[in-house]
Design a protein around this ligand. Structure first.
Ligand SMILES: COC(=O)[C@H](Cc1ccco1)c1ccncc1
Length: 130
């Protein structure tokens, strides 16, 4: 009903704000756009579910997420993929892994600090009802 659409509109505003703040953080530059398959031809052989911050924003606008948990599952793909594709001991791999871990910690801290648990519960109830 109308009140539910108001809740989901507020969820999208929150998720857009979080995602845009991440995309402005210089540490996360490598995560802002899909990995370039021309640059990295084997990427899609190794990584089955690519994800990046611009795709998160598109998904939000396409009403893909009804709960924060669904958003977090896609957001987690970004850093998980980076750890999986860049496992070596060379400095480049270690650098992107450090940034991937920073992304993981930053997303979790923002959600812990800024998501109201009652609001999240309302979103989860809407999801169960559909
Ligand atoms: C999320 O970004 C990545 O996984 C790519 C993989 C990649 C390897 C070569 C070109 O791109 C990356 C980008 C920048 N620095 C390290 C790795």
């Amino acid at each position: 009903e109308e009140q539910e659409e108001d809740v989901l509109r507020e969820l999208r505003l929150f998720l857009r704000n979080v995602t845009e703040r991440l995309a402005l953080d210089r540490r996360f530059k490598a995560f802002t756009k899909p990995v370039d398959i021309e640059e990295v031809p084997d990427y899609l052989i190794v990584i089955k579910k690519p994800m990046d911050l611009s795709t998160l924003l598109t998904n939000i606008d396409e009403h893909k997420y009804v709960t924060v948990s669904e958003f977090m599952s896609d957001a987690d793909l970004i850093w998980q993929n980076a750890l999986e594709y860049n496992p070596d001991s060379d400095p480049m791999d270690r650098h992107i892994r450090h940034r991937a871990c920073a992304l993981k910690d930053t997303v979790r801290a923002i959600i812990r600090d800024e998501l109201d648990e009652d609001f999240d519960r309302v979103c989860e109830e809407i999801k169960e009802s559909r």
